[in-house]
Ligand binder design. Sequence first.
Ligand code: HEM
Length: 450
Amino acid sequence: MNRLIISGLFAALVVSLPRWLPRAVVALRGRIFVWVNGEDGIAAPGPQIPIEEFKQVYGHPAANGRSRGAALSDLFWYWLAPGPQVHQEHLEPGARYDDVARTTRQILAGLSYSQWTELVSRCTRGVLDDLGADRIHSVRLRDLMMPIWAEVYFELVFRQRCPRSVRELITGNADDVVSSIKCTALRHLDRRARLTDYLRERLVTEPPPVPLPTSLSVWEQAYYLQGTFFNTAVVQMSEGMAHLLLAIATDQRVQRRLLTDPADDDYLDRVIDETLWHYPLFGVAHRITTGAIPRADGRAAIPPGSVLLFDYPGYQQGDATHRFDPDRWLAPESKPPHYIPFGMTTNRPCPARGFAALTMRVAAREVLRRYRLESSAEHTRSLPNRGPCLLISRAHHTSDRRRSARLAFMRQRDRWETVPRSIVQLVLGSYMVWDARRKQLCRNYFADMP
Ligand code: HEM
């Protein structure tokens, strides 16, 4: 009898694993990160910086330090290596930052709206053509999107079509960086080095039309392109598109409206806003204060050298859960009061903010022109499952039974994949935090500087 009860309890424990284990592991991982990195950050919104002061503090000119003086910079430098010291996101304010940021703006301004549209729709069509003529494709949206943005950003930088072999170098690098940041895999520096070697060689033989900062050595120029255009741009656009398409795949009401009126760009723009509001690409953006930030009501100023942690989901959504409703953006009363998808315009905002949404719209239209999307996978902000989705050809009829069977299989697979994956994330995440702390890439870099 006892054995029967124990077996029953054990079976219940195993069956319930997907429900509680991933959440428990995320909480434990958070505690390990805090334990290793120290608790020296000030959370915003939080007890010291209430939500009403979030923008004023984030947008303050003294909230502009990026790397020096924060223990967690060692971890970011570790994830972004090689070349984190010239990655625009992690450069300290000063002449070098200005040089790099100006070059990024110049490269991004190189195409008109119609050229962006032509480029993105051509690259999207090419990647979708490669899928072949099956009636249903089972894909991971992030993986499907990466080659598109690799081709787009290569062509933007070099003004030549991206060779297939270089596309593989770029996606290999971007996938490696984003997988290690999400702790689903360790870093593979050999994969990253292959792209650096290619770029280094290319800069000598066939440099891009926009001159790169002369204050950087050729190696540093290669690291700069790799970090900003072949990592950040490719990863952010692929993740943003994976969220957008997954949101469409899991809300048939929204999808029907998009398919019924393919010319209604305003509606698609609202779907994009709603997506970036629910699933901001940044979890926490950190800053190190380079001067004091004064406070109202006689409260003490935030001192220089403080590490500020700007929590995007906490700021945009708060604790409440909201249904996916693109029409909330129609009226000023229903529009969310807190929405900063591309950061603060007054303090190191995203340089791609002028056309990231436009290019997402173009790529989404190309996908929806060919396929209906369906997914039964979980949609979370960190998207460790890379967005499982069925692309169902709109040119053929597909039986409901076949579709339902594949969705049922996807639901179970997605549910059970979370168990080993969350354990992998816990183990690899803890290892990388420890290894980054040991290597101290950021601290060593600044150690000899005045
Ligand atoms: C949907 C797509 C994108 C979203 C939602 C997004 C979001 C953001 C946000 C919120 C920030 C500010 C973070 C902070 O305050 O620390 C940022 C910064 C940045 N983004 Fe984007 N981004 C996107 C696409 C891109 C693309 C395509 C590029 C390509 C060049 C890019 C390059 C950068 C860079 C270089 C920074 C750092 C700016 C600085 O510190 O000067 N992003 N992005």
